[in-house]
Write a protein that binds this ligand. Structure first.
Ligand SMILES: *Cc1c(COP(=O)(O)O)cnc(C)c1O
Length: 373
């Protein structure tokens, strides 16, 4: 039996007829950029995220960058962010010339540890970026309290957490603004690139709309230095179609995740995800840790189970960030996670047979490796 890490075809197959309608409607409208399909998606996505505003942009990285630029982040500023994240979070900061100030995660949640934030705040700090990693919301109450005390903005990187909730509130509405990605493999994925900003701040909303379109409100009149970063009509139409089924697909992810957790909780050599009370984890990825990770992966592969690593090298150890002079050992918790984590297949269209086979395979490999060591 073969279990792919993700079967994106099976996910999008369900929408094929609706996508065909979307395509034909967009073709016949003759409007392909910044028109009614985007407005419709922005309205529905802001309602979904429980915010006043949504701005569709080209991708998740640019969503982060446009928010930071709107807030005036530039060279000389510092931005606090998690050490344990995908590199896009850091790139948004350094692309504006600002300095990333990494904060280590809580090893149980993998998310930024709120208790380590305050010691990193300096007069140069402008923003705290939190990442709801793997789909689990951060400890927002503590983080917003710190931000208020120091008059800092909080940007949620919600690229992995569409639809996750924290005390019944949707991610995207928990900070001052949020950035989403609709990269095809995300929980809400387009058929290409896409991203969005959600916020309740009217100023940020208006500024982001300017920046995504050349800094121009009126054609050929440019009031600020903008970018070209627009969510196109066709992707917006596809996303509106998929948004209707997002909650249902998260429920399926959650059901599968709970099965995994039930079966794996007795395996001492495995670290499994936590689901704190009052949190809805959207399980973008199901991450476990094992001391002998690389062997674990190759044993699973031999059984036909494909896994991935999110992520093998933390941002501070990437060659691209050598100029920050951060070395191995400087952020030990992140480094430990990156050396021991692996992600198991988990997607809403998995069959019962696949789920059982995966559970069986993981148990077998954990047991075999225990015998060897
Ligand atoms: C995917 C992702 C991004 C970037 O999104 P793109 O649309 O690929 O630019 C940013 N942050 C995190 C945490 C992500 O997982």
């Amino acid at each position: 039996m073969k279990i792919p890490f993700l079967d994106i075809n099976s996910i999008n197959h369900e929408f094929e007829e609706s996508f065909a309608d979307d395509l034909s409607r967009v073709i016949n409208s003759g409007n392909y950029i910044l028109s009614s399909e985007l407005e419709k998606f922005e309205k529905q996505f802001s309602e979904y995220c429980q915010t006043r505003f949504c701005v569709g942009v080209g991708n998740g990285l640019q969503a982060l960058e446009i928010v930071l630029q709107s807030w005036g982040v530039s060279a000389g500023d510092e931005v606090i962010l998690p050490s344990n994240t995908y590199i896009a979070t850091w790139l948004a900061v350094t692309r504006l010339g600002a300095k990333p100030i990494p904060v280590e995660p809580n090893i149980d949640s993998y998310n930024i540890n709120p208790d380590l934030i305050e010691e990193k705040i300096t007069p140069k700090t402008k923003v705290i970026i939190v990442v709801h990693l793997y789909g689990l919301p951060c400890e927002m109450k503590k983080i917003m309290h710190i931000a208020e005390k120091h008059s800092l903005k909080v940007l949620e990187d919600a690229a992995q957490a569409h639809g996750a909730t924290y005390h019944s509130r949707k991610v995207g509405s928990l900070g001052h603004a949020a950035a989403f990605s609709f990269y095809p493999t995300k929980n809400l994925g387009a058929l290409g690139d896409g991203g969005a900003i959600t916020t309740n701040e009217e100023n940020l909303f208006l500024n982001s709309k300017l920046i995504r379109n050349y800094g121009s409100r009126k054609k050929y009149t440019n009031s600020i230095l903008g970018n070209n970063s627009r969510l196109d009509e066709l992707q917006a139409a596809f996303l509106t179609t998929k948004l209707k089924k997002l909650d249902e697909s998260i429920k399926k992810r959650m059901t599968i995740a709970k099965k995994y957790i039930n079966h794996f909780s007795e395996i001492k050599s495995l670290k499994i995800p936590i689901i704190p009370e009052n949190y809805l984890h959207s399980f973008h990825v199901f991450v476990i840790m094992h001391k002998d990770r690389d062997n674990f992966i190759s044993h699973l592969k031999r059984l036909g189970v494909e896994t991935l690593i999110h992520y093998p090298i933390p941002p501070h150890l990437q060659k691209a960030y050598s100029f920050l002079n951060l070395n191995k050992g400087d952020l030990p918790i992140s480094e430990k996670i990156h050396s021991q984590c692996l992600s198991l297949p988990l997607y809403p269209t998995m069959t019962e047979v696949q789920i059982s086979y995966l559970v069986h395979s993981v148990k077998k490999v954990a047991n075999d490796l225990n015998v060897i060591y």
